[in-house]
Design a protein around this ligand. Structure first.
Ligand SMILES: [Zn+2]
Ligand SMILES: [Zn+2]
Length: 356
């Protein structure tokens, strides 16, 4: 059996028993309270429909942040690398013009306690200090990158004026809840989809397949995507096939659950408004734009270890399943808190004659 399901297993049918339908209805009702509103979707760069323009979306913040062409020189465009932030020239066909290595830290910036030896003669003192460091190698911020790649890469979601599909409301289709997780790679067209995983509310796999990007692959982003060049051999599933499959499961009323789904929906070129985003439901204590990682949420609320460092890349099924379980935990926990507050009010605050 291959590492991933290939074309032959692209679509899987499922039969639902009566009990799972009841579970689904209950979960769907619970999730309704956590659906992100339109303002929140807009602020977090989710693709939304543009009135009067079918197949288009418009996200000025993303365009400004990631749009590669800035200066023209002999037809080459000046780009900013998404990893090391160095500028480089990109030819018309999306390839790097000059040879230049990409040296960067792939980790996040964390606060670390380090012992620093300072000369008392200059007015300093020895001791432990909180310093900003990279989570990948532990080096302090500002040190040369610990990872080197042959090419720079650029994050760009392509033309936003066409190619987008929108989920439509359906009276006949039943309710549905699915969790979505995509893996992306860097190509000559920017950032493209290379793996899609869709699971239902019972963690049953609906679709898990590798997808052939339309541009030439510059970097498979294996550290995060887990996808390698050899995995891609013989893969002919295109983005159009994936969109068609997704639309056969997801209608306008389906709730999509995921962590930071805006990037997933941008590479899928899918416009959908019923979103439960665990990165928004469980906010960072410092507020936006800081977001908590799925790994930390799984550890804190489910006591589960995901994305462990001995694995190559993220496991899409594991990530999607974690989102489903996090929301089940959240619904139960909030319900329990509500009951507790009610009980407290009932027994400790209200006079007995008001209770009767
Ligand atoms: Zn770079
Ligand atoms: Zn590093």
């Amino acid at each position: 059996m291959d590492k991933y399901d290939k074309d032959r297993d692209f679509m899987r049918s499922s039969t639902e028993s009566k009990s799972t339908k009841n579970d689904l209805a209950e979960y769907y009702e619970g999730l309704k309270n956590y659906i992100a509103n339109i303002d929140s979707l807009r602020r977090n760069a989710y693709p939304l429909p543009v009135p009067g323009k079918t197949g288009a979306t418009s996200i000025p913040s993303v365009q400004e942040k990631y749009l590669a062409p800035v200066i023209q020189r002999n037809g080459d465009r000046l780009c900013k690398c998404n990893r090391c932030e160095k500028t480089f020239y990109l030819s018309k066909d999306g390839m790097q013009v000059h040879e230049d290595q990409c040296v960067f830290h792939y980790g996040r910036i964390i606060t670390k306690r380090v012992f620093i030896l300072r000369f008392k003669y200059f007015g300093g003192w020895n001791g432990y200090f909180n310093e900003r460091a990279y989570s990948c190698c532990g080096q302090l911020v500002g040190r040369t990158g610990c990872t080197t790649y042959k090419n720079h890469v650029f994050r760009y979601y392509g033309d936003m004026s066409s190619g987008y599909v929108t989920t439509a409301s359906s009276i006949t289709a039943g309710i549905g809840v699915y969790a979505l997780d995509c893996e992306m790679c860097y190509t000559s067209n920017g950032m493209e989809l290379c793996r899609i995983t869709l699971i239902d509310h019972n963690i049953k796999i609906i679709c898990d397949t590798l997808v052939k990007p339309s541009g030439r692959v510059i970097d498979y982003n294996t550290r995060f995507s887990g996808v390698t060049e050899s995995d891609m051999e013989g893969i002919n599933v295109t983005l159009r096939d994936v969109q068609a499959t997704l639309l056969s499961y997801i209608n306008g009323d389906t709730i999509l659950v995921g962590h930071g789904l805006e990037h997933d929906l941008l590479v899928l070129k899918l416009i959908h408004e019923k979103i439960v985003d665990t990165a928004l439901v469980f906010p960072h204590r410092r507020g936006l734009p800081y977001k908590r990682s799925l790994k930390n949420l799984a550890r804190d609320h489910l006591g589960r270890t995901i994305q462990s460092s001995d694995k190559i890349g993220h496991d899409s099924i594991e990530d999607a399943a974690t989102c489903i379980d996090l929301m089940k935990w959240k619904i139960k926990n909030d319900e329990w808190k509500k009951q507790l507050t009610l009980l407290k009010n009932l027994y400790f605050r209200k006079p007995i004659n008001e209770m009767l």
